[in-house]
Design a protein around this ligand. Structure first.
Ligand code: GLN
Length: 493
């Protein structure tokens, strides 16, 4: 079978050169290389004589915790540094069959644990709007690759907000699908009952198309489900949160403004109070850490991954491998997970968290009897300063209005709006909702299970009123080739 590159053979290398050059500024990628596709069966419409054009003839960037054969699979961890994946995730394979070309692997917080893409020794990713700020995380590299216009679409994973939060920080779309609609086969496990592969993109039609190509039952993932046809009608009523939400003034202003725009588009707005919101973070971190401690037990320095230079005996080998190769945040989570699962204490923590999870899901089900979709903040603040940016000269960004850095605990507390959707297994979509202080803000649309298409419809309506903006100075590949006009709405405010 011949190797076929569906992204226009003569320009692929040049295109990769463009990505390499532009990526020097922001560090979205850990690896920039086109994935081999030679052994994909040729679909009926690829005969070159007849058939519809492939539905997704685009370059795609993939978060480095999702397997792509022939490319690295580091999970942003020293533990897996140098590992080349021998297989491809189902979601990625479906995109490749639809004509997509994987062009590289993007940076992330180690094993997806974090909200800033700073928890990794393997790369340094900054926010393209202001290099002193974090990109968000853990799919920060994928968000930056899209915001920098290096790729039109990128894959991420969302366990507690890791697609939606960096999408908001960088000003792009970010979809976390309903749990199980996209196969997790090939996604390196962090917290299996919460996570799903998601899509980041620069326009809502491409995000929707990418999702449609990826979704569906997979024999390799027994938690995968088929997407039942959504029989509900058009979205009419949108719920907005009332009560003390603890939002930064700029985010609060943008939330109110987005509500006003939706009202102007003819949606009925209904105030909603989520009484379970304050329990989301403790429940999420109890469950996520418990699952992480079990999932990460496989990294023991024996079968694959990091191996210490010297060990006296097997015990020492395992201890050294894990203490030398895992980063601080990962170790914290493993310890926390082991703590909440230890015998005699499960009722107090893990079982209780599962009960709270049920309450959160039930409250949302009640809410969706009254409203079709919820409009929620994504994160209480905009992109915050990088920990290593303090004191660095930032001449290029002298007008920085950045707030204060968030420590690891504050970052966790701020996950309350995103983790809700993971605990309830429902879909949620970050939409770019304009600029505040010269930086992007994103809001999320959250719906009942399998309501992705309705989220897309509201997002499309909103896009007509609040167009996506790219960071000043960025240019897409077609623009550099004179193939497209300068991006609509590109540039500053
Ligand atoms: N910030 C959350 C965490 O650290 C979300 C991570 C994710 O979705 N992968 O767990």
């Amino acid at each position: 079978m011949t190797t076929r590159n569906r992204f226009n053979i003569p320009t692929l290398e040049e295109y990769l050169e463009f990505v390499r050059g532009a990526d020097r500024k922001t560090g979205a990628f850990l690896e920039i290389r086109a994935a081999p596709q030679a052994d994909l069966p040729v679909a009926a419409d690829e005969s070159g004589t007849a058939g519809d054009p492939l539905p997704l003839p685009l370059p795609v960037a993939v978060k480095d915790n999702i397997a792509v054969r022939g490319l690295h699979l580091t999970c942003g961890s020293r533990m897996l540094e140098g590992l080349i994946s021998p297989y491809t995730a189902t979601a990625v394979e479906r995109l490749q069959r639809a004509g997509a070309t994987v062009v590289g692997k993007t940076n992330l917080d180690e094993f997806g644990m974090g909200s800033s893409t700073e928890n990794t020794p393997l790369g340094r990713t900054v926010n393209p709007w202001n290099h002193d700020l974090v990109a968000g995380g853990s799919s920060g590299g994928s968000a930056v690759a899209v915001a920098q216009q290096l790729v039109p679409v990128a894959l991420g994973s969302d366990t507690g907000g890791s697609v939606r939060q960096p999408a908001a920080f960088c000003g792009v779309y970010g979809l976390k699908p309903t749990y199980g609609t996209v196969s997790r086969y090939g996604l390196v496990a962090y917290a299996s009952s919460l996570e799903v592969i998601g899509v980041l993109g620069a326009d809502i039609a491409t995000v929707a198309q990418t999702y449609r190509v990826m979704r569906g039952l997979d024999e390799h993932d027994h938690s995968s489900v088929d997407h039942p046809a959504d029989s509900r009608g058009a979205v009419r009523t949108i719920g907005v949160l009332r009560g003390e939400l603890g939002l930064d003034p700029a985010v609060a202003r943008n939330y109110a403004e987005t509500e006003r725009v939706l009202k102007g588009l003819g949606y009925r707005i209904k105030p909603v109070t989520l009484t379970t919101l304050e329990y989301v973070v403790p429940a999420y971190y109890t469950i996520a850490s418990a699952e992480a401690s079990a999932n990460l037990a496989r990294y023991n320095g024996v079968r694959y991954g990091y191996r210490p230079v010297y060990a006296e005996n097997p015990e020492e080998l395992v201890r050294k491998a894990r203490s030398e190769a895992f980063g601080r945040e990962v170790k914290t989570r493993i310890l926390l997970g082991t703590y909440v699962l230890r015998s005699g204490f499960q009722d107090q923590y893990y079982t209780r968290a599962q009960k709270i999870r049920t309450l959160i899901r039930r409250e949302l089900e009640e809410v969706y009897r009254e409203v079709d979709v919820l409009l929620m903040p994504v994160f209480p603040v905009q992109a915050f300063p990088r920990a290593d940016a303090a004191g660095e000269p930032s001449a290029a960004h002298a007008s920085s209005t950045a707030g204060t850095a968030l420590d690891a605990f504050q970052q966790k507390v701020a996950d309350r709006f995103t983790s809700t959707a993971n605990l309830a297994a429902v879909p949620a979509l970050t939409v770019p909702s304009g600029l505040e202080n010269g930086l992007p803000v994103g809001m999320q649309l959250m719906g009942p299970a399998f309501s992705e298409e309705r989220l897309f419809s509201v997002a499309s309506a909103l896009a007509g009123e609040i167009p996506l903006r790219f960071p000043p100075g960025t240019r897409s590949w077609p623009e550099t080739q004179g193939l497209a006009p300068q991006g609509e709405g590109a540039g500053g405010p």
